[in-house]
Design a protein around this ligand. Structure first.
Ligand code: MF3
Ligand code: CO
Ligand code: CO
Length: 279
């Protein structure tokens, strides 16, 4: 059974109930999510061969400071950086370090900022120098799968419809969907109910209602879907070392459909990709 509650109630932990946010909260989410998207936009020029992921982490820390925000990942469950940087076969939660990016890498940069207690969570793939066609195609499939997931968001539909649409498309493109991580309710909490699976069947999961806010963040692999966790307790990699990609948006359910809060203000939704979305 699904429980829904007004988001003003019980804000401190994930009780499994789905929060429904009011218009003021939607306005606050618009603000923090646009800041998060602007942060991701600001990184575009620096993502070049030779730059370290620590330098990206510093840039995000400084962006947050300069804009009256804090990073939600800093000191989150023992995580010590402002950003996750997941390169090539790293699926998610890659930890910034002093190693430089290399020509041909694909890197997911995932930023969550907090302003006035509201969380904006978004990530994109960045292409480093000249990337192989297979890697580029994986990024394209992953972004298109996110868009197809977003298209399912509407009151009366089920959260499982999102995963069903993503899985059908990604597997049709001979890619696989990671099962071990999912999207999540977000807003006053970083990770809240409901879980948003990126696979499954139509009609499964909670019914969507206006006021729900959650992320959609499919992780798509060129090879098999299985992941393993490295010894640092965070870094998730593909077991078969195949390439993995991810894009993430924070979205809200409106009376008629969906509002995408984390759209790139600068037109950098898919930096480095030339996507024809009419195709
Ligand atoms: N931003 C990630 C997400 O999309 C979570 C990162 S938690 C961290 O949910 F601790 F690894 F940073
Ligand atoms: Co997220
Ligand atoms: Co994220």
């Amino acid at each position: 059974m699904t429980t829904y509650l007004a988001a003003e109630a019980n804000p401190t932990h994930n009780t499994g109930a789905i929060r429904l946010y009011d218009a003021a909260a939607f306005a606050a989410m618009r603000h923090v999510c646009q800041l998060t998207a602007r942060c991701l936009d600001s990184l575009v020029p620096m993502i070049q061969p030779g730059v370290t992921t620590d330098a990206i982490d510093r840039a995000v820390t400084e962006f947050a400071l300069a804009n009256g925000a804090v990073s939600a990942t800093l000191n989150y469950r023992g995580y010590t950086k402002s950003v996750c940087t997941s390169i090539n076969h790293v699926v998610c939660h890659g930890i910034p370090n002093d190693k430089p990016l290399r020509d041909g890498d694909i890197v997911n940069i995932d930023v969550t900022l907090i302003v006035d207690g509201f969380h904006g969570d978004a990530s994109r793939m960045y292409l480093v120098g000249n990337v192989k066609r297979a890697a580029e195609r994986l990024c394209e499939v992953t972004y298109r799968s996110l868009l197809l997931g977003i298209e399912e968001v509407k009151p009366g539909k089920h959260v499982g419809d999102i995963g069903a649409a993503i899985q059908a498309y990604a597997e049709g493109e001979r890619c696989s969907v990671v099962r071990d991580f999912c999207g999540h309710g977000v807003g006053k909490l970083f990770h809240d109910a409901p879980n948003i699976l990126h696979y499954g069947r139509y009609g499964e999961g909670a019914e969507m209602r206006p006021g729900m806010i959650f992320t959609i963040e499919p992780m798509i692999n060129l090879g098999r879907p299985h992941v393993k966790l490295l010894g640092d307790g965070w870094t998730a990699v593909t077991r078969d070392r195949s390439l993995s990609a991810q894009y993430e948006h924070t979205v809200g359910v409106t009376e008629n459909g969906v509002e995408v809060f984390t759209r790139s203000p600068g037109g950098f939704e898919t930096p480095g990709l030339s996507l024809d979305l009419s195709a």
